[in-house]
Ligand binder design. Structure first.
Ligand code: GDP
Length: 290
């Protein structure tokens, strides 16, 4: 991690340590406070921030810096390692045939993410297909059709069928030439039994290799409960955070990752099909702190 990746006040606190060989308790306190401020502003769950703070403090004061290491480099390394621990690794996405279900609330960005992921897989040389089972949101079919056309990937949906499970079944049948099948599902404005039932039925029909939870970067304290409910319903093994091109930094999603014991797979950075990035810890950390 380089200092340039950090927010200016944290950078300032670290710069003050220049020339020092040891850290005092006050030095560590000040740095931890700066980190807390940045993370809370980025919507990171308060209990995660507290855990991280305690770990940084304990390590900074207890661990002997390796010979020749300055106090500044010592704490910078600890801070970085603990932040990597907080945000986690990137979800492993093997470049092989697989079926992925996307779940999330309405408006979180599922349909957009499905098309983006299909585009991403096609750029990796695989043949993806999007199966649109969202019969709840008007316009979802047209939106998925148009986006998959722009992404130049296979698409299956049926605007005349209102049973999502039937569409999933037919979709799997019709997309057998594809390597990667991405199943977009309905959302609701809030999690309710109807949505949970529907997801469970799709899960049973599709038997996916992965279930990704799609979360809006602006999600705050609601992330934990949402992740628990989706996780209990279908099991979540990866998270996609959308709308990171806006002002929100996406720290709220870390509570969902923690809750489901999963990791972050993709980041959405715009409305176009190519506006997708694989999650990568150091870039995300800079964004959280910057
Ligand atoms: P769904 O209801 O979960 O399928 O959500 P949609 O995919 O329809 O997305 C909801 C809105 O968010 C749409 O207007 C999308 O264009 C927009 N959106 C989705 N992902 C992103 C993103 O990464 N950046 C921006 N700026 N907008 C996004």
């Amino acid at each position: 991690m380089v200092l340039d990746d950090l927010g200016s006040s944290l950078r300032g606190s670290l710069e003050k340590l220049r020339g020092q060989s040891r850290l005092s308790e006050e030095d560590v306190e000040e740095i931890v406070k700066e980190i807390q401020r940045a993370l809370i502003q980025a919507d990171v769950d308060i209990s995660l921030v507290q855990e991280l703070s305690d770990d940084i403090k304990a390590r900074a004061l207890e661990e002997e810096p390796p010979a020749g290491t300055t106090a500044r480099d010592h704490i910078l390394r600890i801070v970085y390692e603990e932040l990597v621990e907080l945000v986690g690794d990137s979800t492993e996405i093997p470049l092989e045939p697989q079926t992925i279900v996307l779940a999330g609330l309405q408006g979180s960005g599922k349909t957009t993410t499905a098309a983006k992921m299909a585009w991403w897989f096609s750029k990796k040389g695989l043949r993806p297909a999007v199966i649109q089972t969202d019969t709840f949101r008007p316009g979802a079919y047209d939106q998925a059709k148009q986006m998959t056309e722009r992404a130049e990937v296979d698409f299956y949906g049926d605007p005349d069928e209102d049973d999502p499970v039937e569409i999933a079944r037919e979709g799997l049948e019709r997309t057998q030439d594809a390597d990667v099948r991405i199943v977009d599902t309905s959302g609701r404005s809030g999690l309710n039994e109807e949505l949970v039932d529907e997801l469970e039925e799709i899960e049973a029909e599709v038997d996916p290799d992965h279930n990704l939870l799609v979360l809006d970067a602006a999600i705050g304290q609601g992330a934990k409960d949402q992740a628990k409910a989706f996780g209990d319903a279908v099991g979540i093994d990866g998270v996609a955070i959308t709308k990171l091109d806006g002002t929100a930094k996406g720290g709220g999603a870390l509570a969902a990752v923690d809750q489901t014991n999963s990791t972050i797979a993709f980041l959405g950075t715009g409305e176009e099909v190519q506006d997708i990035e694989r999650f990568e810890p150091s870039g995300f950390i800079s964004r959280l702190l910057g």
